[in-house]
Design a protein around this ligand. Structure first.
Ligand SMILES: Cc1cc2nc3c(=O)[nH]c(=O)nc-3n(C[C@H](O)[C@H](O)[C@H](O)COP(=O)(O)OP(=O)(O)OC[C@H]3O[C@@H](n4cnc5c(N)ncnc54)[C@H](O)[C@@H]3O)c2cc1C
Length: 531
């Protein structure tokens, strides 16, 4: 095992390559701070690749009176959409109305209603949903996204997949985002602005030495130990935030994290339109059904307390059954567990606000600085994918009070890599890409535009035929793209590639993924040898 000392101290050392760590690194690097970020596994390997993938205000949080969070998130949707029109797009949500849908009994709204309208017995009245949607439409400066409307489910394409007892629905807007790509694009942009991004690099300890932190990391592939010095430490460990405070940084902190597991199931495409459903249960919870990866449908999520971050979250049989039963209260054609083609699960690192149920725990974020023992550390609790950019701005405000940053907020309106084109430009770009590269199928061209935006043509370069892109790994994944993923997007393994940089794992056979795995291992070795 070798040991390396890095040169002079950086301004920031960020622990964690999820959306919050990468978002903070990008913002800080763009303000001229020197930044090193360490991620123990792959970028977005934990919570930030297992979300529902919505830039949303969070309609249900209104019932918890989380107006600050909802307003910030609603306004943020369009800012984000403009900065990344490739990996994010508007979606319409159908909320079928039925009088038996109930609140969770703990929300402030249901307590108020229980007081003033006890005869409702926990049911959610239609006027309340309309009020929520009215607020949703008007709380946060909506310009691109269309507003709410009421629709009849009888004889409509939106009603067709549902049971006959649903005849009325509300329809509203939110946005989709490719969560793990969002993380990688933030990391790339941070690096382009001078940050060092180290993956497969685990933080073993961080010790204060006067005004500096001495951070020890280990490369999980070759065991190499490195020491880094930094003026300020950022703990963006997600589910591990508490573990890092207690076992790596060892400071006293009263803040706690509440780990709430959420799981999703994926089926073959269940219906022929491109809208989502927002289903309310009789237990007061809600789930989404979302058109996914062209040929699939995504259903989730659950809320279950999770014991500790070292236990890898999986979608349990019980959760699978719960989601199937929930969806079956709505869909005309009953689903069974045999319809499930893939599942994934993640752990929400929620700020522990003492709420009794996992569903009720706040989704808002909290940033806490500890500077009592010398050099400061900022601990990040909670947060949503949707609010990552704002969270980074708040973090930079805190950082500023310790490091004197100088430059102010800059990220609103600055596109992520490949996102420098108009919000409604995807169709146009897909057609252009196909006319430039005649060998691309519709599926292939659209997939590349959605993943890489204006970088798609940079990646394809001078290719004239599919053969020019080298080896074909299946499902339109070529050698040229894999090299791009390995050299520009930090991918190390087949799993990084086909489950996080894209979702071709849904379409590739086990043998194809195995081949890719071997090819990447071989080429990783030769590139390390060359270096
Ligand atoms: C089921 C579910 C659905 C969700 N849906 C949505 C949604 O639709 N919209 C939305 O806005 N939000 C959603 N969220 C919330 C959102 O996904 C999270 O808030 C966000 O991803 C958290 O990001 P993070 O960077 O804090 O944590 P993470 O992504 O978990 O990143 C933390 C990283 O730190 C690394 N790490 C830990 N310890 C160390 C160490 N010692 N050394 C080096 N690295 C370390 C980990 O490997 C990990 O990659 C959802 C969450 C879940 C679980």
């Amino acid at each position: 095992m070798s040991h390396h000392d890095t040169d002079g101290p950086t301004d920031l050392f960020v622990i964690g390559g999820g959306i919050n760590g990468c978002g903070i690194a990008r913002d800080a690097a763009g303000r001229g701070l020197s930044v090193t970020l360490a991620e123990m596994n792959d970028l977005a390997s934990a919570t930030s690749s297992s979300s529902t993938k919505l830039f949303h205000g969070g309609l249900r949080y209104l019932e918890y009176f989380e107006f600050r969070l909802v307003r910030e998130a609603l306004i943020e949707r369009e800012t984000l959409l403009r900065a990344m029109p490739h990996i994010s797009w508007p979606m319409r949500f159908i909320l079928p109305y039925h009088k038996d849908m109930r609140f969770e009994s703990e929300t402030p709204t249901s307590r108020l209603l229980g007081l003033f309208m006890p005869w409702m017995k926990g049911r959610r009245p239609a006027w309340l949903i309309r009020l929520g949607l009215f607020m949703y439409d008007h709380l946060g400066g909506r310009k691109i996204l269309p507003g709410t409307r009421t629709l009849s489910l009888n004889d409509s394409k939106e009603g067709a997949p549902l049971q006959d007892r649903f005849d009325k629905a509300y329809e509203y807007s939110d946005c989709w985002v490719e969560d793990s790509r969002l993380v990688v694009l933030n990391a790339r942009d941070a690096e382009a602005r001078g940050a060092r991004i180290l993956t497969r690099t685990k933080v073993l300890s961080a010790v204060r030495e006067g005004d500096l932190w001495r951070v020890e990391t280990q490369n999980t592939e070759n065991g190499e130990i490195q020491t880094h010095l930094a003026r300020m430490l950022i703990n963006a460990g997600g589910p591990w935030v508490g573990d890092i405070i207690q076992t790596k940084v060892r400071i006293n902190s009263r803040e706690g994290v509440r780990l709430v597991r959420g799981s999703h199931i994926v089926t073959r495409r269940l219906y022929d339109h491109d809208k989502c459903y927002f289903f309310q249960g009789t237990d007061g919870r809600i789930i989404f059904s979302i058109p996914y990866e062209t040929d699939f449908t995504l259903i989730g999520t659950t809320d279950a307390d999770h014991p500790d971050p070292s236990q890898k979250p999986v979608c349990t049989e019980e959760e699978q059954r719960y989601l199937i039963d929930f969806a079956n209260q709505y869909f005309a054609k009953a689903l069974s567990r045999d319809d499930i083609v893939w599942t994934y699960s993640g752990v929400r690192p929620l700020y522990d606000d003492g709420a009794s149920s996992a569903t009720a725990a706040t989704r808002d974020y909290t940033l806490k600085v500890d500077a009592e023992g010398g050099a400061p550390v900022l601990n990040v609790f909670g947060g949503k994918i949707t609010t990552y950019r704002r969270l980074a701005e708040s973090a930079l405000e805190q950082i500023d009070s310790h490091l004197n940053v100088g430059k102010g907020p800059w990220t609103a309106g600055v596109p992520l890599p490949g996102g420098d084109f108009p919000v409604d430009g995807v169709e146009r770009m897909t057609a252009d890409l196909q006319s430039q590269y005649g060998f691309l199928t519709d599926f292939w061209a659209r997939r590349l535009v959605r993943a890489y935006g204006t970088d798609a043509a940079v990646m394809l370069g001078a290719a004239q035929t599919a053969q020019d892109l080298g080896r074909d790994f299946g499902a339109t994944l070529t050698e040229t793209e894999v090299v791009w993923l390995m050299t520009r997007e930090y991918a190390r393994t087949a799993e990084d590639g086909v489950w996080r940089r894209n979702k071709l794992g849904l379409r590739m056979s086990e043998a194809e993924i195995e081949n890719l795995h071997d090819w990447m291992a071989e080429n990783r070795r030769s590139s390390t040898a060359a270096a």
